[in-house]
Design a protein around this ligand. Structure first.
Ligand SMILES: NC(=O)c1ccc[n+]([C@@H]2O[C@H](COP(=O)([O-])OP(=O)(O)OC[C@H]3O[C@@H](n4cnc5c(N)ncnc54)[C@H](O)[C@@H]3O)[C@@H](O)[C@H]2O)c1
Length: 666
């Protein structure tokens, strides 16, 4: 059967044979055994509703085994036999090009070169799922192959509810992931309802088909590290020979040493898992590996003396590094942490003083003791960081819930007012005021022809557009524009493409709109094939996340999620090809609402109208909200946008003088 026929058949008419689990696959962790017997029976009923009755007794036994062994029913047997990867858009069987573009993006998220646990349909972050099981994948691809351009496919947490009549103006796909009644949004609720097969954790770009591999993270991390140095260095001073101390060499955190090298400093990155550290070293993401503290101290002192640009992985616990550097008078300019503290009790953060293997044993056999050790380590970690910051180190939380979990553990990380943390998050101090409030965020695109030449041409077009805009740009955003021009010009030589021919480029509303319009014109002239536009959810408008994307909102509204909801609804009727809205992503289930979109450019006048309308709203919705929260940079940006866009009129905030408030008897 051809690739196209396999897609068109959906659930096969003959029961496929059971498949052995591939020996080399990176298997998803065994999930919590949380369901009661009655709930397990319900999970099996739920799984079997995808299949004809004649197969039920055979599949029931197999799925029960999967549920018992792995805590979930992935339906491994139904994984297609063809290679999962983004094919050129013309390879997909489809009645409309938009549907074919979505199939390409779905396959990219499941490509073993891209996805973390491809057999379990997990793209990144340990639990960021595209689908809950392989039946959902097959049915979705089949629906997309049948879809007409006046139908919309509604996706409920990986489950394709079906094709509904709509209109050509409507999105082709509407995705929701993990949407819960708010009271049912605790971590164990995810475990329970995901095991039942009725919801999933979509992370950000996993469940919305917009993941493009590690380059997205490298760009964002580079911007953060470079701007963090700009905050602490004198004008004209370089980062050479200055230390950036952090932890984690995993999925996202592994970008830190590369970003540190681009920023031109000494990066010391601790990683407890020797396999993760070695993998990053072999891949060239970190320059040197050291597993002994004395050797690390000697090497770091040498690098400081020689003003080297180098990244060093220390195999061990980060707390030991903070403590030893203090004892050995090693001054740290920048400090952060990217262990997975959004997931502290099952391996996201390892306690100090016990081996990696022993810690993993405790997780399985003595979870309560593990928790006690994690919390004691967090207190020690906070104490060691505090000693450094007292001598001038600039420490920031990297959106991994370090400060949140350290405070819950009783660590000394609270500010004097007892409400705020002592240290800013990277969004509060860096990405928020320097990027998001001006509208700069992780715009991205995928060349659907699959041709590297098309990506080269789009890189060149984007660079030209940014240079043209920069010539007229105000002083306030010159630095960001320059950083982004440098990034796009170096992008090819940084060799960051994994999977589809994709590129990330931080840009503001004007930049995104003008780059997209220039792509559309190039498609119309036949210079490149169709292009999918999108973005990370970690952006200006798409995400309400009080400890991350919206942590620099200070009017009390950071615990609301109106912005993200308005964004997805607003994008949907302004021309998006697909839209998505998720509970969870980065900081954890119940802690964030985040959304995104995809928009296919095909060179038509219709695509031009859509991109202008949708991108303008997609960025300025968030700037308006940030401006209303009294963020000065956003106030500047929205006034500029209103001057440029006559039909845009937003409510502006008046500022009250502090003395008026301070003098009140409250
Ligand atoms: N890079 C970004 O742009 C970005 C942005 C926002 C948030 N984050 C957050 O960063 C965190 C990390 O993401 P990831 O995908 O890399 O996760 P990951 O789980 O793949 O990697 C984390 C690594 O930290 C290591 N680790 C845990 N405890 C340690 C300790 N005490 N000392 C040294 N190493 C330790 C683990 O072994 C693991 O390899 C997540 O919470 C994520 O949400 C990253």
């Amino acid at each position: 059967m051809t690739f196209q026929d396999q897609i068109k058949q959906g659930i096969p008419s003959e029961l496929p044979p059971a498949k052995p689990y591939p020996a080399d696959a990176n298997r998803a962790p065994k999930r919590k055994d949380i369901l009661t017997k009655a709930e397990k029976q319900l999970a099996l009923r739920n799984a079997l509703r995808y299949f004809p009755k004649a197969w039920h007794s055979e599949l029931a036994a197999e799925f029960a085994q999967e549920l018992n062994d792995y805590g979930r029913i992935y339906m491994y047997r139904f994984k297609p036999d063809y290679e999962l990867k983004a094919r050129p858009i013309t390879a997909y069987p489809a009645n409309c090009q938009q549907a074919a573009a979505i199939m390409l993006m779905i396959d990219n998220n499941l490509d073993p070169a891209v996805a973390q646990h491809p057999q379990e349909l997990i793209t990144y972050g340990g639990n960021g799922a595209v689908f809950q099981n392989w039946a959902q994948y097959r049915l979705t691809m089949q629906y997309l192959s049948e879809m007409q351009s006046d139908q919309t496919l509604h996706m409920y947490s990986g489950h394709p509810m079906g094709l509904f009549p709509s209109s050509e103006e409507a999105p082709r796909v509407v995705v929701t992931n993990g949407m819960m009644i708010p009271n049912y949004s605790k971590p164990d609720d995810w475990e329970r309802f995901n095991a039942l097969g009725v919801t999933q954790y979509g992370q950000m770009t996993a469940g919305s088909y917009m993941y493009i591999g590690p380059q997205g993270i490298v760009h964002g991390t580079t911007i953060t590290v470079m701007n963090a140095f700009r905050k602490v260095l004198q004008k004209g001073e370089s980062a050479k020979g200055k230390i950036f101390l952090t932890a984690g060499l995993g999925g996202m955190s592994g970008a830190q040493p590369k970003a540190g090298n681009i920023a031109g400093c000494i990066t010391v990155c601790a990683e407890v898992n020797p396999k993760a550290a070695t993998k990053r070293h072999q891949q060239g993401w970190v320059d040197e590996l050291i597993d002994n503290m004395d050797a690390l101290i000697a090497r770091v002192k040498q690098a400081q003396a020689n003003e080297e640009v180098v990244s060093i992985a220390y195999i061990g616990n980060v707390v030991e590094v903070w403590e030893s550097f203090y004892q050995n008078d090693i001054f740290v300019h920048l400090g952060s942490d990217q262990t997975s503290l959004h997931n502290p009790w099952s391996g996201g953060y390892y306690p100090v003083g016990i081996s990696y293997d022993e810690a993993n044993r405790l997780i399985r056999e003595q979870p309560e003791l593990f928790k006690v050790k994690v919390q004691a380590t967090l207190k020690r970690h906070a104490d060691a960081v505090n000693k450094h910051t007292a001598t001038g180190t600039y420490f920031f939380d990297y959106g991994n819930a370090f400060l949140l979990e350290a405070s819950r553990a009783g660590g000394a990380v609270m500010a004097d007012n007892g409400i705020d943390f002592k240290y800013p998050s990277y969004v509060q101090d860096i990405l928020g005021p320097m990027c998001f409030d001006y509208g700069f965020g992780p715009f991205r695109w995928v060349c659907t022809s699959g041709k590297p030449e098309d990506l080269d041409k789009t890189d060149a077009i984007a660079a030209q557009v940014l240079e043209r805009i920069m010539a007229q740009a105000p002083e306030e955003i010159q630095q960001q524009m320059q950083d982004n021009i440098t990034w796009i010009k170096d992008a090819k030589q940084n060799k960051l493409v994994v999977g589809s021919q994709a590129r990330i480029l931080y840009a503001d509303a004007q930049g995104r709109m003008e780059i997209a319009a220039a792509f559309n014109a190039a498609i119309a002239r036949g210079e490149i094939g169709p292009v999918v536009l999108g973005r990370d959810h970690h952006d200006v408008s798409g995400t309400d996340s009080p400890f991350r994307e919206t942590s620099n909102i200070y009017d009390g509204s950071r615990f609301t999620a109106d912005m993200a909801i308005h964004n997805v609804i607003g994008d949907s009727f302004r021309g998006a090809t697909w839209v998505s809205i998720h509970n969870g992503g980065g900081v954890g289930w119940g802690e964030v609402i985040n959304g995104g979109f995809g928009l296919l450019l095909d060179g038509s006048a219709d695509a031009e109208r859509r991109l202008k309308s949708m991108l303008l709203f997609d960025v300025n919705n968030g700037i308006a909200r940030r401006s209303w929260a009294r963020n000065a940079e956003a106030d500047f940006a929205i006034k500029r946008e209103m001057a440029r866009t006559p039909k845009l009129k937003v409510t502006l905030a008046n500022r009250v003088d502090d003395e008026i408030i301070a003098g009140l008897a409250l």
